[in-house]
Design a protein. Structure first.
Length: 618
């Protein structure tokens, strides 16, 4: 492994002068709030004698990771671990739109636990390799709380199992038992070494499930997708193979993936990821120092990043980061960014009245426990300058009541710098408009910089919850790409009121697209683009000469007015340089009509014909 030290300037490379007592206290601590002494909201952390205009470095050996970060060590009694995770499970069981967030972190070692993973909870290992932390038992997601169809007693619906994650550890299921991962959007399974008889991606019967994401993981047993409608798997090793398909299963750089075949079974298999960076993660070094590992860029990548040992990348001391804890204010966070600090967000909901301005090359902004930012003044929540190597990861951006023009912007308009050697990357970046509360945002994510990598996006205009309605949670577009050479893996965009995706940059690439059109157009006259009926979900600008996409699908369910029609899912220039492979259109339950799949190709879907496929275009 090439583990390069971070070099961010002398002020940030100083470590807090910690005595042996601090390291001993950290090593001995266990359970909830390990080694944590809470700072006042927005207060600087640590005290190393810096002048008052410079934030002191974080204590990298005993950091304050917030009240809802639970850190366990090998000496923690198994009963204490189990009781803590059971209490979180009970609190978060159905708390789909609540404000509580949790991160459950394990220091290197072996543990006995059965973790029933629920809303707004992240489970992660603190080792440099997944095998450094082993859970003998389960980290599972069940579909046992939401009813389905006409039978209120059947709790098998996984279509709302959102906002949770597991990463960077090994799980050893007891002999003969299966691993259940019954999820839909925003539930990444990352960097996991899973030893199991089988991994089931639905409830085990015929319950609905609507999407999911696996990356950089090894799974020993067969993956059985069951009733999963679509799923994306990237740079993993499936030692027991894959069994099943519905509409859209996509594999990129996956060893053991099924053969490319479409539409029956609907398997889209691509040999390698052309360019990828894995998501950064928090870990503990041998001497007890907390660090963030930022993986290096890989090109033409197939298989695991850690299959031959620890991956290449940069190790960043937490002393170089500002740890944002609940109660922090935007001005202090921006001050840390201006000083060149990385950011680690503790689990929580952050209401900020300023845009977070990420201007230093190479900055990592990493959230724990589905950390959530709400822009309260109608501003952009996060803006990234047109610089190299910035990473945004593990964040949920929740639109506020005052409308934002853009929630997240990568590069200002007119960005043109070449970032091919060190791209900006986005990982597990989620946006939400409505659901938790009334919110408005014209565009969720706008990418203007070149060479950006987006790795798992769920951009969602809410269709249920609080603050929902055609004129209430207004949102025109999920993703707008103006930058050239942008690559997106695992793009989920749903229910926006105009085009879900607008792509105006050259040489863009999308690997997997899952979309539902808005459920709630009140009538056809309200929902149309000039003479066209409805809005195409995925629009490639007429001036684009080169674009490519693999494994892409769009669905309709016009329940406010089932007579609504959409002309097509995909609208693209008719040129040889714009190529789509494996496309699907679906009318869910026949509620609504889509006339064609892409431009004028593909059969209509409606109340009599639910699905339509196009193998390739043109």
């Amino acid at each position: 492994m090439q583990e390069e030290p971070s070099t961010r300037g002398p002020a940030l490379n100083r470590r807090a002068a910690l005595g042996g007592a601090a390291a001993v206290a950290l090593a001995a601590g266990a359970g909830v709030g390990v080694g944590i002494a809470h700072a006042e909201p927005g207060a600087a952390q640590g005290d190393c004698g810096e002048p008052p205009d410079v934030l002191p470095p974080t204590d990298a050996y005993a950091p304050d990771l917030g009240p809802n970060t639970h850190v366990f060590g090998p000496s923690t009694p198994a009963a204490e671990i189990q009781s803590t995770v059971d209490a979180i499970t009970e609190r978060m069981l159905t708390d789909q739109f609540g404000r509580e967030r949790h991160a459950v972190l394990f220091k290197p070692g072996t543990y006995e636990a059965d973790i029933d993973l629920r809303f707004y909870t992240q489970v992660a290992g603190l080792g440099l390799l997944p095998g450094d932390v082993t859970i003998n038992g389960h980290v599972r997601v069940e579909a046992d709380w939401l009813g389905q169809g006409d039978d209120p007693n059947y709790k098998g619906n996984a279509t709302q199992n959102f906002w949770r994650s597991v990463e960077n550890l090994a799980v050893r299921n007891p002999g003969g038992q299966i691993a259940r991962w019954a999820v839909s959007q925003a539930a990444p399974f990352r960097r996991v070494d899973l030893q199991t008889l089988e991994m089931h991606l639905w409830d085990g019967y015929q319950g609905w499930a609507s999407g999911g994401y696996i990356a950089d993981s090894r799974i020993s047993g067969a993956v059985v997708s069951g009733s999963q409608q679509q799923f994306f798997t990237r740079n993993s090793r499936l030692e027991g193979g894959w069994n099943g398909s519905v509409w859209n299963m996509v594999f990129v750089g996956v060893e053991g993936a099924p053969a490319d075949h479409f539409p029956d079974p609907s398997h889209t298999t691509v040999d390698a990821s052309p360019v990828i960076r894995e998501k950064p993660f928090l870990y503990i070094a041998d001497d007890g120092e907390y660090r963030v590992f930022k993986p290096a860029i890989r090109r033409a990548a197939s298989g695991l990043s850690w299959g031959g040992g620890a991956p290449e990348g940069t190790s960043i001391s937490l002393a170089e980061c500002y740890v944002v804890v609940p109660g922090a204010d935007a001005a202090t966070v921006n001050r840390a960014l201006a000083e060149g600090r990385h950011l680690l967000f503790a689990p929580g909901v952050y209401e900020f009245d300023q845009t977070l301005e990420v201007t230093s090359p190479g900055t990592v902004v990493l959230g724990l426990g589905l950390a959530t930012i709400i822009p309260t003044a109608g501003q952009t929540a996060v803006a990234v300058a047109d610089v190299d190597g910035v990473v945004l990861a593990g964040l949920l951006i929740d639109a506020g009541a005052s409308e934002s023009e853009v929630l997240v912007q990568v590069g200002p308009h007119g960005s043109s710098a070449d970032h091919s050697a060190d791209p900006v990357s986005l990982h597990d970046l989620f946006a939400r408009i409505g659901g938790a509360h009334a919110g408005k945002a014209a565009v969720s994510l706008e990418i203007n910089s070149r060479h950006v990598i987006a790795d798992h996006l769920w951009l969602w205009r809410g269709d249920h919850g609080e603050g929902i309605g055609w004129t209430v949670n207004t949102a025109a577009n999920g993703l707008v790409v103006n930058g050239d050479d942008v690559t997106v893996y695992g793009l989920f965009a749903e229910h926006y009121q105009e085009h879900q995706v607008i792509w105006a940059g050259e040489r863009g690439r999308t690997y997997f697209f899952q979309n539902e059109m808005p459920y709630d157009p009140p009538d056809q006259q309200t929902w149309r683009e000039g003479p066209a009926l409805g809005w195409a979900s995925y629009k490639v600008d007429d001036g684009v000469a080169e674009h490519a996409a693999w494994g892409v699908a769009g669905y309709c369910f016009f329940n406010a007015d089932p007579a609504v029609v959409c002309d097509r899912v995909f609208e693209v220039p008719e040129t040889e340089g714009v190529r789509f492979t494996h496309l699907a259109a679906v009318s869910l339950g026949g509620v609504g009509t889509i006339r064609t799949v892409i431009n004028d190709r593909g059969d209509q879907v409606d109340e009599s014909t639910f699905t339509s496929y196009v193998v390739r275009y043109p």
